[in-house]
Design a protein around this ligand. Structure first.
Ligand code: GSH
Length: 213
């Protein structure tokens, strides 16, 4: 697939990169994901796990949603962002999943049903998460009413926007002082904390709690 130039140096270029992908490009992104296999072609269903803004702002149609968790990851504000909660030269911080054998991350799995709904959701997600956000497709096990194979989007350390670990004070200061096209970075973390506290009160996340204090 022809790579889309992500040499973003100005707000205008950030806007330009929000291009819609063709169906062929979507299917190429789908199969480009690490070992991602198009799940359940016969039932035409796909499960997408959200653990950051997708929890409170999916912006795509879905059949239903289920609260649960993935094992072997922790949620960290280690991904920089200039397309929603920051601007070029002054990135905000959004969350990604970081491997941790003992880690448990609570979030929401969205059940997509039928080719039309799946393609529309992936068109949105590939643009929002991958083209603009620096995330990649990963598959994992989701534990809800049952155990499912899910697709999720993870920002890996080698992506252009990655900021990585920093003292909690530094992460908090970035969030307090960042704003982008979708609003303040504080709105991002407060919406995430409020939604998780309401829907998954059993899922204590020490990283979020440490930033809230
Ligand atoms: N992939 C994570 C994180 C997604 C995320 O937070 N993406 C950001 C940056 S691309 C976003 O879409 N933000 C929208 C907003 O801040 O309103 C999830 O599953 O929720």
């Amino acid at each position: 697939m022809n790579s889309i130039d992500l040499d973003i140096t100005s707000e205008n270029q950030v806007r330009n990169v929000e291009k819609q992908l063709t169906s062929n490009e979507i299917s190429e992104w789908l199969h480009q994901g690490s070992g991602f296999k198009w799940s359940c072609p016969e039932t035409q269903s796909l499960l997408v796990f959200g653990y950051g803004s997708l929890v409170w702002l999916p912006k795509f149609a879905f059949h239903n949603r289920e609260v649960g968790y993935v094992h072997g990851f922790v949620r960290r504000f280690w991904q920089g962002n200039i397309s929603h909660r920051g601007v070029p030269g002054s990135p905000g911080r959004v969350v990604t999943l970081v491997p941790d054998d003992k880690g448990v991350t609570w979030g929401v799995t969205f059940h997509l049903k039928g080719k039309k709904q799946i393609e529309a959701a992936l068109r949105h997600l590939v643009t929002r998460e991958m083209i603009n956000g620096g995330y990649e497709m990963r598959t994992a096990k989701f534990y809800g009413h049952r155990t499912y194979d899910i697709l999720t989007f993870v920002a890996m350390p080698d992506n252009a926007h990655y900021l990585g670990p920093a003292p909690v004070e530094t992460v908090a200061a970035t969030i307090v002082n960042s704003r982008g096209r979708s609003g303040h970075n504080l709105e991002y973390i407060f919406n995430l904390i409020d939604t998780l506290r309401r829907e998954a009160p059993q899922g204590v996340d020490n990283h979020l709690t440490s930033l809230e204090e």
